[in-house]
Design a protein around this ligand. Structure first.
Ligand SMILES: [Zn+2]
Length: 268
């Protein structure tokens, strides 16, 4: 089982090697801004990719949080597609396995159908140089990927594109818990809709089940049912990344927490 963490260290390959991780997740640009990908890593994104490959560490990229390809607002939707394309291309140079993109949303009084259609257009119009992994989110009435019904509708739309085979799913356990989805069964339910889960974000939650809040906690220290969290990772059968607080040292404890419980899990 490939486990690792979302980190922001100058030499991610060295961090991963030191902590024994098989994967890392990185941002390739400041996630709160529209600035495109840039790196000071020696050799650029290709150099970064080579260092990770040398250390046998899989790379997942998280796209900037400002992206919303579902938006009905041109001035958000169009730059979102452009920034996503740049992120996909930079991720491809670094040999990434996937680029995680939040499902995004329309405004609460808008028709979600428009958002699904915007997702179709984004997928259909992009040159998908690295697989896109759509991530479920925690809250919001207009969210595209919070409930199973919406995820099913989203997939129905995306499936019409010839690019659909390059679109996968990232299951975030904190977001599922906050969205009111049962962790013990959610991976199977999502896989029956999407046919695949490519990555798990294994996070605990600071908030109660169904709270619709998105605040990650270290594993075993939040409100997620611990057995359900482990079950979700096992059922997904995909690499798992912790996006938990405290930096690499605290995250290494989270990875160990997961590893210990997964090796004692009968299904594994
Ligand atoms: Zn996540």
């Amino acid at each position: 089982m490939i486990l690792g963490a979302a980190i922001d260290t100058p030499d991610p390959a060295a961090t991963a090697r030191e902590l024994g991780w098989g994967a890392v997740q990185l941002h390739l640009s400041d996630p709160q801004t529209w600035k495109g990908p840039a790196t000071e890593y020696p050799g650029g994104f290709e150099g970064l990719g080579a260092a990770l490959a040398d250390a046998s560490v899989q790379l997942f990229v998280h796209s900037p949080f400002v992206l919303n390809v579902a938006s009905t607002n041109n001035r958000i939707r169009i730059p979102s597609r452009q920034l996503l394309q740049k992120t996909l291309d930079a991720a491809a140079k670094a040999g990434a396995k996937g680029v995680v993109v939040h499902g995004g949303h329309v405004l609460k009084d808008e028709d979600p159908e428009i958002g699904f259609e915007n997702w179709f257009k984004a997928v259909d119009g992009l040159k998908i140089t690295t697989p896109i992994l759509i991530e479920n989110t925690a809250g919001g009435a207009g969210a595209m990927a919070r409930t199973l019904e919406r995820i099913a509708a989203l997939w129905e739309h995306i499936s019409r594109s010839d690019n659909a085979e390059h679109v996968g799913f990232c299951l975030d356990t904190c977001h599922a818990h906050a969205a009111g989805l049962e962790l013990a069964t959610v991976a199977g339910e999502i896989e029956s809709i999407t046919g695949r889960i490519d990555l798990v974000h294994a996070n605990d939650s600071r908030d109660p089940f169904g709270s619709h809040r998105d605040r990650h906690a270290n594993l075993g220290q939040g409100e997620c049912d611990p057995a359900g969290l482990v079950e979700a990772v096992v059922q997904a059968g995909a690499p798992a990344i912790v996006e938990t607080p405290g930096g690499p040292e605290a995250q290494a404890k989270d990875v160990e927490w997961l590893e210990a419980r997964m090796s004692s899990c009968p299904q594994h």
